[in-house]
Design a protein around this ligand. Structure first.
Ligand code: MSP
Length: 542
């Protein structure tokens, strides 16, 4: 687990806000471990990490949860196909997930596995509670089941006989199952949606799910008698708990519900569950109904993001086009990858990954705009001031107001999870700083000693602007923040970065110009857009 750094507010207004609003709980979905993570999974986790880091900058006490969804038929089948026991199989894939999150610099505070004993015991207790509340009954399920989506479907929901979600073949299922009285909560759900229009975002998704919620709702099957790899139903060990119920409960079992309530009392209700659009029904209808049955407050927000395709195609194992985030990080670095995913597509919409788009962002936004700004500024500090940044005066800083406006706008966008817009705002400021150099022409000022004071002001304002930029980009690109601050000379060795936005520059700082932040990339990797760079989880991988 990454060590928590001392939180520092991005500006004084946020510091005050943080005093009133101490906690911030955010979650990602827990990922199925039938296969190793691809860029789609990394997208959700990176977005959550940016939000967590941003909230920590605001002095919030953040609890950022991610984890893995390890039970169910799909995992059982994946393990069988590798001739592994489910236990051994999930352990291997989980370690791969953890490894990718580490390489992506993910700062989660906990990692829950649905095979964790703490989770298993708490799920059993909660299931029993739901049963005792009268919300679970034994019935018979007859319908279709999509194993890849772990979803029950009725005949009428099918799309040409296939799963309406992933379009794959479905299985016929007829089994005695326990049911949850979802229909009982329909009225309460509708009321909640009316009362809290911001509950599901973006609005288009909210409208979509609301339509489903006001349509007839049936009770749902919540156990499987044909599946053994799962948590046993406490009052009937011939059944396992439906994997989606097991999984959704992670959001509260990780907080100790209900035998160790310290974290729960501090962090629940969740401020936001970040999810992909395909699992909104589970989070926007089933999850709230379960919480209502347990008499627990609902999460404040569910933010639904779009899906990535790869070079125009759906990411799929059968197409063999899933890309391992590690292969991209290896070529272009963690921060370029994090930047690209959040900059390229407005959060909430679908996006398309291509190497050409990634390279173009690296060369133009990161190399030309940001990298060159730093290089040019440091070259001038070296050339005109023997590498010592001239004394900074807030009153004479012509970029100060623009920096403050930028900070305010970033806060506004990130409060609404509009990552790409926040980055646009930051890049406008970077553009402004570059134009500031063009406009002030320090090289001309340097020619006359009478212009020395003016030259000092220009260069020190520029250095301060770059320091501000390093803080603005911190939630998105933590490594680059550190690198910029090292080259600026305000960081030494392995100290944590300076994240105090308002703090002015210390006097007498000696810059240490290093390599360009993002060297130009000339060509795409050999096999881009064709074969997968991810070894799929077949027998060979294990
Ligand atoms: N295990 C369930 C979630 C249970 S949460 C209580 C599950 N797992 S999953 O591994 O299939 O997908 C989890 C998430 O990965 C999706 O909701 C989405 O956030 C992300 N993505 C998976 N593929 C994706 C893309 N192609 N593009 C973007 N994100 C996608 O569903």
């Amino acid at each position: 687990m990454p060590k928590k750094k001392k939180p520092i507010a991005i500006n004084p207004a946020e510091r005050i806000a943080a005093m009133n609003k101490q906690s911030f709980y955010l979650t990602t979905p827990i990922y199925y471990v039938n296969d190793i993570p691809h860029i789609g999974h990394s997208y959700t986790t990176i977005a959550a990490d940016v939000l967590a880091r941003y909230r920590r900058l605001q002095l919030c006490d953040v609890f950022f949860l991610t984890g893995t969804d390890e039970h169910g038929q799909k995992i059982q089948k994946a393990a069988e196909s590798c001739s592994k026991t489910p236990h051994d199989f999930v352990d291997t894939v989980v370690s791969k997930y953890k490894n990718v999150w580490k390489s992506l610099n993910i700062s989660n505070d906990d990692f829950i596995r649905t095979t964790d004993d703490r989770h298993v015991q708490r799920v059993k207790k909660i299931f029993k509670k739901l049963f005792e509340n009268g919300d679970i009954y034994l019935g018979e399920y007859e319908g279709r089941y999509c194993v890849p989506c772990e979803s029950f479907w009725t005949e009428t929901q099918l799309d040409d006989g296939r799963c309406p979600e992933c379009k794959r073949a479905v299985e016929k299922v007829k089994e005695k199952n326990y049911f949850f009285r979802l229909s009982k909560y329909q009225k309460q759900l509708i009321e909640h949606y009316h009362k809290h229009p911001e509950f599901v975002q973006p609005e288009s998704r909210r409208n979509e799910i609301f339509q489903r919620i006001i349509s007839p709702i049936e009770d749902i099957s919540i156990s499987r008698s044909a599946v053994t790899w799962g948590i046993q139903v406490p009052m009937d060990t011939t059944h396992t708990i439906y994997v989606w119920i097991d999984a959704l409960l992670n959001y509260i079992t990780a907080l100790g519900y209900d035998d160790d309530m310290t974290l729960f009392q501090k962090f629940w209700p969740a401020n936001v569950h970040i999810i992909g659009k395909e699992i909104l029904w589970f989070h926007g209808a089933i999850w709230p109904a379960i919480l209502m049955s347990l008499n627990i407050e609902l999460p404040l927000k569910i933010f639904t993001h779009g899906w990535w395709t790869i070079e125009g195609q759906k990411i799929s194992k059968s197409l063999g086009n899933a890309i391992d985030p590690l292969s991209i990080i290896h070529l272009y670095g963690t921060d370029a990858y994090r930047y690209f995913l959040l900059r390229e597509v407005p959060f909430g919409l679908d996006g398309n990954f291509s190497y050409s788009a990634l390279i173009s962002r690296i060369n133009s936004d990161l190399g030309n705009d940001l990298g060159n700004l730093l290089q040019r500024a440091l070259t001038m500090v070296e050339k005109y001031f023997d590498a010592a940044i001239p004394e900074y005066s807030e009153d004479e800083d012509e970029l100060k107001e623009s920096s403050q406006n930028t900070c305010d706008q970033i806060n506004k966008e990130l409060d609404n999870l509009q990552f790409s817009k926040a980055l646009e705002v930051i890049w406008e400021f970077i553009g402004k700083a570059n134009r500031f150099i063009e406009g002030k022409k320090p090289w001309t000022l340097a020619k006359t000693s009478a212009h020395r004071p003016q030259l000092e002001r220009v260069i020190s304002s520029l250095a301060k602007a770059i320091k501000d930029i390093s803080i603005f980009i911190y939630p998105f690109m933590p490594n680059t923040c550190v690198e910029i601050q090292k080259q600026l000379g305000i960081l030494e060795g392995d100290e944590p970065p300076c994240l105090e936005y308002q703090q002015s520059m210390r006097n007498g700082i000696i810059v240490k110009k290093g390599n360009p932040l993002f060297p130009r990339i000339e060509k795409e990797p050999e096999n881009s857009g064709k074969e997968t760079t991810m070894p799929s989880m077949n027998k060979k991988t294990f």
